[in-house]
Design a protein around this ligand. Structure first.
Ligand code: M6R
Length: 547
């Protein structure tokens, strides 16, 4: 959740860093800070709370044309000014920002303390600043390389040194880092949104790489200092896409973007003559697709619920055994790679560590893994063996909305492709293809009921516990609904298969715990309605969404 931005150029660095941090605000944070090099020393300002609070205490005329900034989401140590990044070493010469978790920080800290270093913060990140100063002999890039070799865990790091003005050195392992190439100015950030106002030319830094940057250019190398040639990519998004555009917040904007984002996910991928899906990026021939005997889909959070829905579709519609698994479990369970199995990893950001590491482990064991990602050029998109972009456009809100519906759309397309290669008739295929094309208009229709939905929200705003219940294809939707309510409204919510409530959860039903029922228009309709009646019989209030 943390964010990094670094700048070197001719402009006042403090302003650019603060603006970059503001753009990263959407990721969530609890404190923020910047550190700017003046040419002789480093000036650091950091503060618990919002960026506007930080902005208020950064001197307006703060000099310096290079520096680093950070938004922190506390993991090690409480939320306070001292634990906020950047972290300086004792001499105040070196400053670092870090995203990720240093797993061996305790042993490194003990070692550094025994060597006389004093720690000011409770963070895992501070060890990096002390290790850097310990290794520094006039060459920051070399010190970063040597430090990184001692670290275990995940990191995206950027460091600056007072004696090397105009230079930043970054390194990554598992946390994203991207270089932006401007006109006489350079950026390093955890996310392209921090630099998009200045440049769209970017270089993605990979795990195990070190990048050394000044305003004239950059050098990338591996941990053995072997130079690596990098490709410069162009960001396809426009700046307006990462602005609120009149909406109160990004989540509201992104909910309203769904008719368009779903249309984009479908565009060019639906063949109405043959009633099938066309997904060029899969990199699999018809023969290879035919050889698939089962599908496994790996993801986390909202992407996992979209994957559950995708697996359900593949099994029930295309008749291919399919299941979704949580990436954090797959990663650590020494997963079995089965023959003739197609693996998907699903990730909006394309950077989620558990999903990425699960993918690498499966690939290491010989699996073919396809990515379903939104962020073009993200690590999962680059490292997967093929895949499909969902083309949602930037999802700035931390709470995923339009990505979920586009991920599901892509799974409909894949299911249609597989089903039509097997035994689905042209007529049935056409029915599904046309239904898919109608989805954007159906969503617009739901927007026309905005007032009704708002009234319902107000009516139930006093409630502290909610249940979300659905069956079949609606079961993962119920889980996603519960996740969204707790994440955004801080209201406790649980999702269940409505068939499961009588096996325990029914004990929770009372007049203070309403249930949102998703009632499908299929063979399970009557069963769900009967579950709904059970809830009502116990005095539970019901909000039913009838499909
Ligand atoms: O970027 P990813 O799809 O890999 O992210 C995975 C989850 O962290 C994410 O889906 C999360 O659950 C949602 N943002 C919650 O709304």
């Amino acid at each position: 959740m943390c964010g990094i931005v670094g700048y070197c150029g001719q402009k006042r660095a403090a302003n650019i860093l603060l603006e970059g941090l503001k753009r990263l605000e959407y990721r969530g944070y609890d404190s923020a800070g910047i550190c700017v090099g003046t040419g002789t020393d480093l000036k650091c300002v950091k503060k618990k709370g919002k960026i506007r609070v930080l902005k208020g205490i950064v001197p307006q005329d703060m000099p310096g044309t290079f520096g680093i900034g950070h938004t922190r989401w506390a993991t090690h140590g409480e939320v306070n000014d001292i634990n906020a990044h950047p972290h300086l070493d004792d001499s105040g010469k070196i400053a670092i920002v870090h995203n990720g978790i240093i797993e061996n920080y305790l042993s490194l800290k003990e070692m550094l303390i025994s060597e006389g270093y004093e720690f000011k913060t409770e963070t895992d990140s501070e060890v990096i600043a002390h290790l850097l100063v310990d290794r520094y002999d006039g060459d920051l890039e070399k010190a970063v390389r040597e430090t990184v070799l001692l670290l275990k865990g995940t990191f995206g790091i950027v460091a600056v040194h007072a004696d090397e003005p105009g230079k930043m050195v970054g390194a990554r392992n598992g946390s994203p880092l991207v270089l932006g190439i401007g006109d006489g100015e350079m950026f390093l950030a955890s996310d392209v949104t921090a630099m998009m106002a200045y440049t769209k030319q970017v270089v993605y830094i990979e795990d195990g790489e070190v990048v050394s940057v000044d305003c004239d250019g950059f050098r990338t190398s591996d941990l053995k200092d072997r130079e690596i040639a990098k490709q410069v990519d162009h960001i396809g998004w426009e700046l307006e896409e990462i602005e609120k555009d009149g909406f109160t917040h990004f989540m509201e904007k992104e909910i309203h973007e769904q008719p368009e984002s779903i249309s984009r996910a479908i565009r060019g991928r639906l063949n109405l003559d043959t009633a099938t899906g066309h997904l060029g990026g899969l990199n699999l021939s018809i023969k290879e697709l035919h050889a698939i005997e089962r599908v496994k889909i790996i993801a986390i959070g909202t992407s996992y619920y979209a994957s559950m829905l995708g697996a359900y579709l593949m099994e029930t519609v295309a008749r291919i055994p399919a299941m979704a698994e949580v990436a954090s479990e797959v990663r650590y369970k020494n997963p079995i790679v089965e023959m003739n199995t197609l693996y998907f990893v699903v990730s909006q950001s394309g950077e989620t560590a558990d999903t990425l590491y699960a993918m690498r482990e499966l690939q290491r064991k010989g699996a073919t893994v396809l990515g379903v990602c939104n962020v073009v050029g993200s690590t999962i998109a680059r490292e997967s063996d093929g895949g499909v972009y969902i083309h949602s456009g930037p999802e700035i809100a931390v709470a995923s909305t339009k990505a979920f519906t586009s991920q599901v759309t892509v799974f409909y397309l894949f299911t249609l492709l597989m089903a039509r290669m097997r035994d689905m008739s042209l007529d049935r295929g056409l029915e599904i293809a046309k239904a898919l094309q109608n989805v954007p208009d159906q969503i617009r229709h739901i927007f026309s009921m905005g007032n009704l939905i708002r009234d319902l929200a107000i009516k139930y705003s006093w409630v502290e516990n909610f249940l979300f219940l659905g069956r079949g294809i609606q079961y993962p939707v119920a889980l996603e609904g519960a996740l969204k309510l707790k994440e955004i409204s801080y209201i406790h919510a649980e999702g269940f298969s409505s068939a499961e409530i009588k096996h325990g959860p029914i004990a929770l039903i009372n007049e203070k715990t309403p249930s949102v029922f998703l009632v499908p228009d299929d063979a399970l309709r009557d069963k769900v309605i009967s579950n709904l009646k059970e809830v009502k019989a116990r005095g539970g209030k019901v909000i039913a969404l009838m499909v």
